[in-house]
Design a protein around this ligand. Structure first.
Ligand code: FAD
Length: 133
């Protein structure tokens, strides 16, 4: 049997390992860290019980990835969480521009720039499955 060694168990290493295994290759993943996951690991970095994302904290490309979608990861417990407000950017005048799931809230925070924002983001990618709200 063909064999392969994948160095690193971050999302890319694991995706490569899964793809190879799907093609019938016997794969070994080696990982230097005590836990798998690479930049997607979550750890108690400060206080006991307080969990921090070691690196990646939001995963739009994970949601959009046709490969990840093909794996049916929900069957293994994956659940995407969708915050009401994706991000806030403080403005000089004390207000904040918000990227909210409710575009009405985003519009309100962006004022005159709302129309430009909508031109870019108001047409959801048909390949991205969004949860019902
Ligand atoms: C601070 C920070 C914040 C980020 N935030 C986001 C975010 O919010 N959203 C997002 O999409 N992306 C984010 N990223 C980027 C994201 O984390 C990376 O794109 C992603 O983790 C890359 O995956 P990877 O599998 O290529 O490598 P990594 O996730 O880096 O995994 C590599 C793995 O290989 C192991 N390894 C390395 N060398 C060896 C070796 N010689 N032997 C054995 N094991 C080895 C490492 O221990 C590690 O586990 C962030 C990155 C950083 C640094």
């Amino acid at each position: 049997m063909t064999t392969a060694v994948v160095v690193g168990s971050g999302p890319n290493g694991l995706a490569a390992a899964i793809r190879l295994a799907q093609a019938g290759v016997e794969v070994t993943v080696v990982e230097a860290h005590a836990r798998p996951g690479g930049g997607t690991r979550t750890s108690e970095l400060t206080l006991p019980g307080v969990l921090h994302d070691d690196c990646a904290a939001f995963h739009p490309t994970g949601v959009a990835s046709p490969f990840f979608r093909s794996l049916g990861l929900e069957r293994h417990g994956l659940r995407w969480l969708w915050p009401e407000v994706d991000l806030a950017h403080p403005l000089d005048d004390g207000r904040a521009g918000l990227a909210a799931r409710d575009l009405g809230i985003t519009d309100e925070s962006l004022g005159v720039d709302a129309a430009r924002w909508r031109r870019v983001f108001d047409a959801p990618d048909p390949g991205v499955q969004r949860p019902h709200r």
